[in-house]
Design a binder for this molecule. Structure first.
Ligand code: NI
Length: 132
């Protein structure tokens, strides 16, 4: 397996601006302010604290990719994103080891257009893989 490095924790929130303010009060700083991902129909911002990066993700439409998860989880962390120098090899290794791709690698506007893909494991839950 190509070594994986944690890039961020994805955190579902209902109201992104209020959530951002709450995290700022906890000492987080804005790394990238709110951007709209029109493919996934979510608003996203990145915050950092103590070397940890979190991604606030908030659906703005009923048919966003996370609307179903939001109903189930409310405000909650819901994925860990990993980056790796060899995206294609890591993707192949993961899918050969029980991870099911939820979508196909697609550019993420909030990550500078880098490809991301989501995978789900029956034992490890949902992860995201990002192309370097
Ligand atoms: Ni993410």
């Amino acid at each position: 397996m190509s070594p994986l490095t944690v890039h961020h924790i994805g955190y579902l929130v209902k109201k992104i601006e209020k959530a951002k303010d709450a995290f700022l009060s906890l000492g987080f700083q804005v790394e990238q302010d709110t951007l709209r991902d029109e493919t996934r129909k979510v608003d996203i911002c990145f915050l950092c604290k103590d070397g940890y990066r979190i991604e606030l993700v908030s659906p703005y439409a009923e048919d966003s990719v996370v609307s179903g998860l939001m109903k189930r989880y409310k405000n909650s962390p819901y994925h860990i994103c990993y980056e790796t120098v060899d995206f294609d090899a890591a993707f192949a290794d993961l899918t050969a080891n029980g991870y099911i791709a939820i979508d196909t690698p697609t550019p993420a506007p909030a990550l500078g257009g880098r490809d991301v893909v989501f995978l789900s494991s029956a034992v490890a839950g949902m992860i995201e893989l990002i192309r370097p």
